[in-house]
Design a binder for this molecule. Structure first.
Ligand code: FAD
Length: 521
C-alpha cells in the first residue's frame, strides 16, 4: 500500500509539473521527481544550442539540457541514467567548440557545464601553494582558460601551458590535450595537472591524481570525455611575466624552417630558452595576418604577400620570450643569442612587444572582428594531425606543396610546429604518433567556408588523409573524428585494450560523451 501511495503522489506531482512544462517521451518521467528537474530544459532555445557546435557540420538533437547548479546535479543525473533499465546518454558540453559533434548526445541529456559557474557555494578558481606542488590553482572543469588567466594573474601567477585560444573550458581541453607554442617546453595542458575531481559513468564522484585512483587520472586526461566528467582540476602555476617579445621570421625553404624550429625547441633546459615556438604557412590564398593573430603592419603584410606570390609558400617561424621589469634589460641580448645563426630570409624578421595577457589572448580580437562580419559562426571542417618527424618533408611536398597548392583554395590558418614526446605522459589516454623520435609535428588546417560550400574542404581533408595512408605516413589525428570502430582501434593503437578496459570500469553502460562515436551502449 505504501508504494501505491508513493506512485499516486508521484503521478500527481508529474501531472502538476507536466501542466506547467511539457515533458519529453524520450526520457523517463521519473526524472522529474529528482531535485534537478527544474534545471532540465527541453525548450527549443536550449535544445537548439546543444544541437550545434563550432564546426557547424553536425546536428544532433538531445532530449534535454541540464543546467547544473552544482556537481551534485551531475552526480544525480548520471546515477539516474546508470540505474535505469534503459540508460540514456549524457554529454558534458564545455563551450561546444568541438567541430564534429563531440559534445552532443542524440536523444540524451547535454550537461551545460558553464552553468556551474553560477554556483553560489563558492569561488570556482582558487589559488594556493603546497610544499610538494608549489603554486597551483583549483579550477572548475567548466571554467574558461581566459578566466583562469585573469584570476591567477591577480596573484602574479599563471598556468604554464596553453591553447592558442582561451575561450575554451578546462574540462574540454583536458579531454583532448591542450596544445600551443608552450607545449615543447611544458608539455600539453594535460601534463600540467596535479589532481582532478571526476564524476564517472557510474555516477561516483572520485578524486584522482598520479598517486590516488591513478587509473582514472590517466584515463580522463586526453580521454575524450569517455570515463568521467571533470568538475575540478588542480593546475600547475608559474610566476607570470608581464611582457612578451614576440618575433616572426620568414623562410622559403622548408628544411631550413624545420631545422631552426627543432633547434629552438631543443634549447629549453635552462632559463635562457624560448617560452613559445610555433610556425605557420603563408600562401597567396592564406595570408600572413589572419584571425589567429594580426601581427604584421600593413606595409610588411603587402611585402610578405608579394613574396608569397613569388615563392608559392612561405613558412613563418613564430617565437616568444617572456620578460618583466626586472629582466627587461637582458631580453634583447638573450634573444639575439637564441636566434643567432638561424636561416630565415635575410631581413625578414619582425618583432614586437606586447603585454603577456594580449599575447596569450591574441586570437580574441580576430574572433570579435570575424563575429562582427558574420564570419565566425560558419562551417569549420578543421583537420588537426600529429605527423612523425621522419615524414614531415614528405608531408610538406605531398600536402603543403601538393594538395593545398594544387587546389589553390585554402581559407584559414595552417599551423606547423614541433613538440617533444618526452613532455607527454604515455600513461594518459592522449594519442601521439608511435615513433622512436623525440620530436613530432603538430599540423593544424584551420579552414572555414561559407554556409553551403564546405564540401570542397571536406574532400580536401579526405585527400590529405588518403595521401598519408598511401604514402605510409603514420599520422594521428588530434581532436580525432572517426566513424567506425576499426578506425578507433587503429587510432588508439597499443592503447586500445587499456582504453576499452577503462571504459568497462568507469562507464560500463557507455553513457558518457556518445558524440565521440567510440563506444555504443
Ligand atoms: P566541448 O566541445 O564542449 O567538449 C569537447 C569534448 O570534451 C566533448 O566530448 C565533451 O563531452 C567533453 N567534455 C567537455 N567538458 C568536459 C568535462 N568537464 N569533463 C569531461 N569531458 C568534458 N585545442 C588545442 O589544443 N589548442 C589550441 O590552440 C586550440 N585552439 C582552438 C581555437 C578555436 C577557435 C577552437 C574552436 C578550438 C580550438 N582548440 C584548440 C580545440 C579545443 O581545445 C577543443 O575543441 C576543446 O574540446 C574545446 O573545448 P570546449 O570547452 O568547447 O569543449
Amino acid at each position: 500500500p505504501f508504494s501505491f501511495v508513493l506512485l499516486f503522489v508521484l503521478s500527481r506531482l508529474m501531472s502538476i509539473i507536466g501542466k506547467r512544462r511539457p515533458w519529453t517521451s524520450l526520457l523517463p518521467p521519473e526524472l522529474l521527481s529528482l531535485d534537478l528537474a527544474t534545471r532540465l530544459h527541453i525548450d527549443p532555445a536550449a535544445i537548439s544550442l546543444a544541437s550545434t557546435d563550432f564546426g557547424k557540420l553536425t546536428r544532433v538533437i538531445p532530449a534535454a539540457v541540464l543546467y547544473p547548479l552544482s556537481p551534485d546535479d551531475i552526480v544525480a543525473l548520471i546515477r539516474f541514467s546508470f540505474s535505469s533499465s534503459v540508460p540514456f546518454s549524457i554529454a558534458a558540453r564545455g563551450r561546444g567548440h568541438s567541430v564534429r559533434g563531440q559534445a552532443m548526445a542524440h536523444n540524451g541529456v547535454v550537461v551545460d557545464m558553464r552553468s556551474l559557474n553560477n554556483d553560489s557555494n563558492g569561488n570556482r578558481i582558487n589559488v594556493a601553494r603546497s610544499s610538494s606542488l608549489g603554486w597551483y590553482a583549483d579550477v572548475g572543469g567548466e571554467q574558461l582558460w581566459i578566466d583562469v588567466l585573469l584570476a591567477t594573474l591577480e596573484h602574479g601567477l599563471a598556468p604554464r601551458s596553453w591553447t592558442d585560444y582561451l575561450y575554451l573550458t578546462v574540462g574540454g581541453t583536458l579531454s583532448n590535450a591542450g596544445i600551443s607554442g608552450q607545449s615543447f617546453r611544458h608539455g600539453p595542458q594535460i601534463s600540467n595537472v596535479f589532481e582532478m575531481d571526476v564524476i564517472t559513468g557510474r555516477g561516483e564522484l572520485v578524486r584522482c591524481s598520479r598517486n590516488t585512483n591513478s587509473e582514472l587520472f590517466y584515463a580522463v586526461l586526453g580521454g575524450l570525455g569517455q570515463f568521467g566528467i571533470i568538475t575540478r582540476a588542480r593546475i600547475a602555476l608559474e610566476l607570470a611575466p608581464t611582457k612578451v617579445r614576440w618575433v616572426r621570421m620568414l623562410y622559403h625553404d622548408f628544411s631550413a624552417f624545420t631545422r631552426d624550429q627543432e633547434h629552438l625547441i631543443s634549447i629549453h633546459g635552462g632559463i635562457k630558452g624560448l617560452d613559445y615556438v610555433e610556425g605557420s604557412l603563408v600562401m597567396p590564398q592564406s595570408p600572413a595576418n589572419n584571425w589567429r593573430s594580426s601581427f604584421f603592419s600593413s606595409a610588411d603584410h603587402s611585402r610578405i604577400a608579394s613574396l608569397a606570390n613569388q615563392y608559392g609558400i612561405l613558412y613563418s617561424l613564430e617565437v616568444a620570450k617572456y620578460y618583466d621589469d626586472l629582466t627587461a634589460d637582458g631580453v634583447d641580448g638573450e634573444l639575439e643569442s637564441l636566434l643567432k645563426g638561424l636561416s630565415f630570409i635575410p631581413g625578414l624578421i619582425f618583432a614586437k612587444d606586447v603585454s603577456y595577457v594580449d599575447f596569450l589572448n591574441r586570437v580574441r580580437s580576430g574572433e570579435l572582428k570575424l563575429q562582427s562580419q558574420g564570419l565566425w559562426d560558419v562551417p569549420h571542417p578543421w583537420l588537426n594531425l600529429f605527423v612523425p618527424r621522419s615524414r614531415i618533408f614528405d608531408f610538406d611536398s605531398g600536402v603543403f606543396r601538393g594538395i593545398l597548392k594544387k587546389q589553390n583554395k585554402t581559407s584559414g590558418p595552417i599551423l606547423v610546429y614541433p613538440m617533444n614526446r618526452s613532455k607527454w605522459d604515455d600513461r594518459m589516454s592522449a594519442v601521439i604518433p608511435d615513433d622512436v623520435d623525440d620530436i613530432f609535428y603538430s599540423v593544424g588546417l584551420l579552414q572555414s567556408s561559407g554556409m553551403h560550400d564546405w564540401e570542397y574542404l571536406e574532400n580536401q581533408n579526405k585527400e590529405i588523409l588518403m595521401f598519408c595512408e598511401k604514402a605510409g605516413i603514420k599520422v594521428k589525428q588530434y581532436l580525432p573524428h572517426y566513424r567506425s570502430k576499426a578506425e578507433w582501434v587503429n587510432h588508439l593503437g597499443p592503447k586500445w585494450e587499456t582504453f576499452k578496459a577503462w571504459k568497462n570500469k568507469f562507464d560500463p553502460k557507455a553513457i558518457l560523451s556518445p558524440g565521440q562515436r567510440i563506444f555504443t551502449p
